[in-house]
Every structure is written in C-alpha cells, then in structure tokens.
Write a protein that binds this ligand. Sequence first.
Ligand code: HEM
Length: 130
Amino acid sequence: MTTTDLVFQSYGRCCARDGFFEDFYRFFMASADEIRARFQDTDMAAQRHLLRNGIMQLILHARGMPDRKLRALGESHSRGKYNIPPQWYGLWLDALIITVKAHDPEYDAALGEAWREVLTPGIDLIRGAY
Ligand code: HEM
C-alpha cells in the first residue's frame, strides 16, 4: 500500500468517528488566541463540513488530482482575503496530527509522519498563494 493510501484509510477511520472535526478546531484554536479570534464569527458547523472536504482535497492532490480547488483555497486564505499568515499552517498541521492521534485506533508515529508527508505539498500550495 502506498503512503497516500495509508493516509486515505486513516482519514476514513477519522471521519467515521464522532467529534473528529470538533476536536480539530478545539486543538487548532487552542494553539493561539489570534487563531481563535479568526473564527469568532464563523458558523462552526458549516466550517467543520467544509474542512472535511478540504482535507480530502489535500489527499487527492497527493494522488495527482488537478489542483483547481486547492488554488481556490489558496486565494481565499491569501493576504487579500482571510489574510492567513504562512507560519500558521504549521500549527494547523500539528493540530490535525494530534487529532488523528486521538481518533485513529491504528495511529502510530510512522502514520503521523505519513500524514505530514502526504499533506505537505497541498498545504504548501495554499500557503504559497499568500
Ligand atoms: C491547509 C490548511 C487549510 C485548509 C485545508 C483549510 C480549509 C478551509 C476551507 C475548506 C474553508 C472554507 C472555504 C473557503 O472559505 O475558502 C476555510 C475557511 C477559512 N479558513 Fe481555512 N484552511 C486551512 C488553513 C487555515 C489556517 C491556517 C487558518 C488560520 C486561522 C484558516 C482560517 C480560515 C478562516 C478564517 C476561514 C473562513 C471562516 C469563515 O467563513 O468565517 N484556515 N478553510
């Protein structure tokens, strides 16, 4: 099985668990007050739903899918719109790995590294559009 397949299956187990996306935003917002502040007026139920698809897009990018949707995310997160500083993406990924660790019963350090490896090119694309 490829690294991308391992992550794809891990994501399937995570999505099947109650509270995965709630926990992600709890961890992510706990990483900085400035990050929490960005979601003050956000409909978090809708946001959790959007993120579910966003993470899928990152995995599909690693599988070689066209990156039209990631480019759109790069644009929405860039300085002209949400203005998300590039250094926050490391906190985003750390929060995601902690959440995977908490929810995927098959998590181990190697799987955590696989997640980082698979998601990083797609994250770089979004961050690079800043
Ligand atoms: C690669 C990592 C990320 C992914 C996949 C992602 C995904 C998404 C998606 C799918 C949306 C909704 C679609 C849109 O508005 O374009 C969104 C909105 C948003 N994201 Fe991200 N995001 C990421 C990183 C971040 C980071 C680091 C922050 C920092 C705080 C952030 C803050 C926001 C905000 C403020 C919104 C708008 C919320 C609202 O509508 O009120 N995102 N993100």
